[in-house]
Design a protein around this ligand. Structure first.
Ligand code: ADP
Length: 306
């Protein structure tokens, strides 16, 4: 497991690849929401992926490594290897250096394979990521982390419904308070108080990617899906599936293959919007009012308050 902190990008490169190695070419990579990203070609012929942000965002990258390492530890799906993180005083940045995933064309059974691999990751042993004194703990994560650039609490809990209420919906609802009218405030309170009428305690907990939209999936040089940029924690696998259906959807063959390994219950669709609500609130808090209508629609669907 590699989670080394460095005091410059160059010291990270030279520790990983040897003292003579330098960077020969840096090219911007677009597609992310939050950070600046680069493909960096090195003098030894290797290529690394570098994400940077302002100096103060070091913790953001540290927690991304925790998520990447946890998903890699399941050995079920392609996840880029973290090579180091740190700050660079001269450049005024914090950074994360990863194995560069060179794309190629998708194998014919790309979606089926991806469905099998994600389901296998969700079924993998995950108790090591929720270690605490209380042996009943099933949900949470080793550390708090971030969803986009907003904080994400991962306090250890024995109940999924309590976890989803206290660590997911309530903090985002509090953050979004200024956007809500009195009716929406009441609806939020009602939903938090009645969450057990809509959600269920899953049979097993799963290690989750946590932010699984199509922009966080790329095809690796094995022709398979690799998953990136996680907001990982241990929770209900349905939340990852819900996220894949928030902005469009993966093809039906993905879900059919997923179902072969980890069955999707029929009433998943009744819970899906409540899992969408977390991400829509987060988008409202990150990007503004254009997400308010979608939040309101979901609150209207699950509450009957006038
Ligand atoms: P952000 O944290 O800003 O959202 P991402 O982690 O999503 O940034 O990365 C931005 C883009 O860079 C991704 O959409 C993907 O196309 C590409 N990318 C991310 N990680 C790698 C990697 N390890 N190798 C190659 N390309 C990557």
């Amino acid at each position: 497991m590699r989670k080394r902190q460095y005091d410059s990008v160059m010291s990270a490169i030279q520790d990983v690849y040897g003292g003579q190695t330098g960077e020969v070419h840096m090219q911007r990579v677009y597609g992310g929401d939050i950070n600046d990203a680069y493909q960096v070609k090195l003098s030894n012929g290797e290529t690394v992926f570098l994400k940077t942000n302002t100096f103060g965002r070091l913790h953001f990258f540290e927690t991304e490594i925790d998520g990447l390492l946890a998903m890699r530890a399941t050995k079920q799906i392609g996840v880029p290897k973290p090579l180091g993180f740190g700050t660079d005083q001269d450049k005024g940045i914090s950074f994360l250096m990863l194995e560069f995933i060179h794309g190629t064309s998708r194998r014919e059974t790309y979606w089926e394979h991806f469905g099998h691999q994600l389901a296998s990751m969700h079924k993998a042993e995950c108790s090591q990521f929720v270690t605490g004194e209380d042996r009943d703990v099933k949900y949470g994560f080793l550390t708090d982390n971030y969803i986009g650039s907003n904080p994400q609490k991962n306090s250890l809990k024995s109940s999924w419904i309590s976890f989803y209420r206290d660590c997911r919906l309530a903090p985002q609802m509090n953050m979004a308070e200024g956007y809500f009218d009195p009716k929406m405030r009441k609806q939020c309170r009602y939903l938090l108080d009645h969450l057990d009428a809509y959600l269920r305690e899953p049979e097993d907990s799963s290690l989750l990617h946590g932010d699984l939209w199509s922009g966080n999936v790329i095809c690796g040089n094995d022709g398979n899906a690799w998953i990136l940029d996680p907001a990982s924690y241990v929770g209900d696998f349905e939340t990852d599936l819900a996220m894949t259906q928030l902005f469009g959807s993966f093809p039906a063959s993905f879900y059919a293959a997923y179902h072969e390994i980890n069955p999707i219950e029929k009433d998943f669709f009744e819970r899906r919007d409540i899992y969408h609500l977390y991400h829509l609130l987060n988008h409202l808090n990150l990007f503004g009012r254009s997400y308010l209508g979608s939040v309101r629609d979901i609150l209207n669907r699950y509450t009957t308050i006038k």
